[in-house]
Design a protein around this ligand. Structure first.
Ligand code: CP
Length: 359
């Protein structure tokens, strides 16, 4: 069994991402949620099944009463030092559905970080009061370091990475997989599909995490459509080559649409510009979807977006049945509830209730 308490930080930090994964799931299910690389296809299926079960149970008053009791003895801390709407609120809602009490720090100018406290000491303080820490930070790898630190402290509180730097957004990637599973339920599942990623692929952490998860599915082809300056990183291309995944780079969205099964749109991530306004100089006009582009797509295709969006999807597209991004966003709440229940070992209790009550 791979335990974070059995390895020094220096040794752990030096491991490849795939080697780090098992440390976050030491007994086969999530103890922390830190990296896309910790999820096997089997775990993705189990989380999807649990998310569906929670979603169905929640449809009745009795079901909601049951869910409210699942984690009513636990408290969650939401530590978001980067802006968020969906991830923050869906975690709030997920925790509330399971009966957890919530605390939050969203503005570090109002916490003791303003007085010079390190993130390590802040997280250690949270662990004194809370049973789960959900954290978003602009610092790549911070959640990983905090998970190691708490696993080597007297209070091993689970950490969920709600977005770290430009590198990882694992809970988004799992909800994206759940959305793809549901979208392709009647058309053979995710295997064999062609997924087209569009936009700022260099700095979008959701694409990086999802690209890895898709390698778990058979014969999935990945296409990366972006202006040259924002094309997917070499590290992802190397990861795909090593996994034997068919992929290609393109700057021709209209040319790729007719063969796409899923189009995953993303916005320009100009918060990462080295010099303010750098991204504004890039012509992104041909990397957006409007009514004309819909004409080119398969009828069975789906349009996804992690949101927030800017101009890359015209509002008129929202009315098309292939636009699933609002459903994708709501799926995040069910998947995050499933993860939280699993971290505390409550998955079987929920599934048994679901089976008994036809959910
Ligand atoms: N998709 C996503 O992470 O959205 P937020 O930044 O609003 O949380």
């Amino acid at each position: 069994m791979s335990l974070l308490s059995d390895i020094s930080w220096d040794d752990f930090e030096g491991l490849a991402l795939l080697e780090k994964g098992p440390f976050f799931c030491p007994d086969g299910r999530e103890a922390h949620v830190i990296l896309a690389q910790q999820f096997t296809r089997e775990r993705l299926d189990s989380l999807g099944e649990l998310a569906t079960c929670i979603r169905r149970i929640s449809k009745t008053h009795d079901g909601m009463d049951f869910l409210q009791g699942v984690l009513s003895h636990k408290r969650a801390m939401l530590y978001f030092s980067q802006p968020s709407t969906r991830t923050f609120l869906s975690f709030c809602a997920a925790c509330e559905i399971l009966g957890m009490k919530l605390g939050e720090v969203r503005d570090t100018s109002m916490s003791s970080e303003f007085k010079g406290e390190s993130q390590e000491d802040s997280v250690r303080s949270f662990s004194s009061y809370f049973d789960l820490i959900v954290m978003r930070s602009k610092i790549g790898g911070l959640a990983e370091r905090m998970a190691w630190m708490l696993s080597n402290s007297e209070r091993t509180v689970p950490i969920i990475n709600a977005g770290s730097g430009k590198d990882q957004h694992p809970t988004q990637a799992v909800l994206d997989i759940y959305t793809l599973q549901r979208s392709f339920e009647k058309t053979g599942g995710i295997d064999g599909k062609r997924i087209v990623f569009v936009g700022d692929l260099l700095r979008g952490r959701t694409v990086r995490s999802l690209s890895f998860l898709l390698t778990q599915y058979r014969d999935v082809e990945q296409v990366f459509v972006a202006p040259d300056q924002l094309q997917i990183g070499e590290d992802i291309q190397q990861m795909l080559s090593a996994a034997g995944v068919k992929f290609s780079l393109s700057d021709d969205l209209r040319g790729e649409l007719p063969n796409a099964d899923a189009i995953y749109m993303t916005r320009i991530q100009d918060e990462w510009d080295e010099k303010g306004g750098d991204s504004a100089k890039i012509d992104i006009s041909s990397f957006s979807l409007g009514l004309d582009e819909l004409e080119l797509m398969k009828q069975a295709a789906v349009i996804m977006h992690p949101l927030p969006r800017r101009t890359e999807i015209a509002p008129e597209v929202d009315h098309d049945s292939r636009a699933v991004y609002w459903r994708q966003m709501r799926n995040g709440m069910w998947v995050r509830a499933a993860m939280s229940a699993t971290i505390f070992g409550k998955q079987d209790m929920v599934l048994e209730y679901g089976e008994m009550h036809g959910a």
